[in-house]
Design a protein around this ligand. Structure first.
Ligand code: PLP
Length: 404
């Protein structure tokens, strides 16, 4: 089966809307992707027919809701090829998953330990490690990039020493689009006995993730960037680590027995899922995974790559355009500036023409500082974007550039 773009677009009701009197051209997929009717319909149906708290009741609705949540957990396990459902923890998103690991795994770090990050990290993979520095004298070692926006792997390797306690890096940069050679990076860390977290927020909607093949210790991602509902994320962790880590939050659901003398904790994965989870959205996330599987990740990737190449070429025809991120392995994200025009002005004017792009620092201020700029305009593509939309975007950008 080919890639039937009209059939795909037909599944996303939001693409029919207008902005002002203009057709919506949605190119902010890196921030969040749109959601197919199958997911939206499922959420409505769950609220109308199956809403009951999970893992608590003996009654039918509670059993059904629990089954649906655990069905998604099995789907996620299969989607990322995890060994078991115990290794799949539901969180509110990538951010919470990284905070969980930094806080809980970070418990074992000692003064003088070093953590390796990269300059292209999203704030979600910087600040949680900095919070640890309030209590421990740990050092962050930051891997630089070259002019194309690729990681300096020699520097990465040079950072490993006997104080290296952890490495945490993104699979794909949300600004540069760089696809990092994470498998090689993990192998190197493994040779030095250093555990690794991979921030998969930008990779999970575009690449096939196989945590066994990657051999990562932790892998994290968000449903809302994968055509799924908001408020749901996943922390994959190797069972051995998860078992040895203390709970992140305390409350209902994560305990075995509570008394004022002491509390024992539930087995995995529930030990890390305190309180009522976002069970409706977790259940509906399975429909987003269905969408990805049915559409075909490989086909989506190829389609997005074509849009990336096409749009990049057309963009570079516009005088003054500078693109940030020219890695040989690149995802369909284009960050750019046009001459001295402020990224915010470009974003505002493009919006008047119906084109939704992101502007600013993209939660990557250290990267902006490294690039010596306050921000960029960012256009990013998903399965439902078309070449015609790319043309409309380019034409709109030409109009905007001509105004200055
Ligand atoms: N990491 C990367 C690379 C991202 O692009 C994002 C969001 O844009 C995040 C982490 C944070 O994801 P969330 O806000 O869903 O927790």
């Amino acid at each position: 089966m080919g890639f039937d773009i009209e059939k795909i677009r037909g599944q996303f009701p939001i693409l029919q809307r207008t902005v002002g009197d203009k057709r919506l051209i949605y190119l902010d997929n890196t921030a969040t992707s749109q959601t197919p009717a199958s997911v939206v319909g499922n959420i409505t149906s769950l609220y109308e027919h199956t809403k009951a708290n999970v893992h608590r009741g003996v009654h039918t609705l509670s059993q059904e809701a629990t089954d649906l949540q655990e069905h998604t957990r099995r789907k996620v396990r299969d989607y990322i090829n995890a060994e078991s459902v115990e290794e799949v923890i539901f969180t509110r998103g990538t951010t919470e998953a990284i905070n969980l690991v930094a806080s809980s795994f970070g418990d074992r770090f000692r003064d003088g330990d070093e953590i390796i990050l990269t300059v292209m990290e999203h704030h979600a993979n910087i600040v949680p490690w900095q919070l640890l520095q309030r209590h421990k004298d740990i050092k962050l070692r930051v891997v630089d990039i070259n002019d194309k926006g690729e990681l300096d792997l020699e520097q990465y390797k040079g950072y490993f020493n006997d104080r290296t306690a952890f490495a945490s890096f993104t699979h794909i940069s949300n600004v540069l689009g760089t696809v990092n050679p994470v498998k090689d990076m993990i192998r190197f860390a493994r040779e030095h006995g250093v555990p690794v977290l991979v921030d998969g927020a930008q990779a999970s909607p575009h690449l096939r993730i196989d945590v066994k093949d990657l051999d990562c210790d932790f892998y994290v991602f968000s449903s809302h960037k994968m055509y799924g509902p908001t408020g749901v994320g996943v922390l994959y962790g190797k069972r051995g680590w998860l078992e040895s880590m203390p709970p992140y939050q305390g409350g209902g659901e994560m305990i075995k027995h509570v008394s004022f003398e002491g509390t024992t904790f539930a087995e995995l994965p529930f030990k890390f899922e305190a309180g009522t989870p976002d069970f409706i959205d977790i259940a509906a996330f399975s429909k987003a995974l269905d969408f990805l599987e049915e559409t075909g990740l490989d086909k989506i990737r190829r389609h997005e790559e074509e849009l990336l190449v096409y749009t990049t070429e057309r963009l570079l025809e516009i005088p003054g355009v500078k693109i940030y991120g020219e890695a040989s392995e690149k995802s369909a994200v284009i960050s750019f500036n046009v001459g001295e025009i402020h990224n915010y002005d470009i974003g505002l004017l493009l919006d008047k023409l119906g084109v939704a792009v992101r502007t600013g620092h993209h939660c990557a201020q250290p990267l902006m500082e490294r690039l010596g700029i306050p921000g960029t305009v960012r256009a990013s593509f998903a399965a439902y974007n078309t070449q015609e939309e790319a043309d409309i975007f380019i034409a709109a950008l030409k109009r905007v550039a001509a105004m200055f």
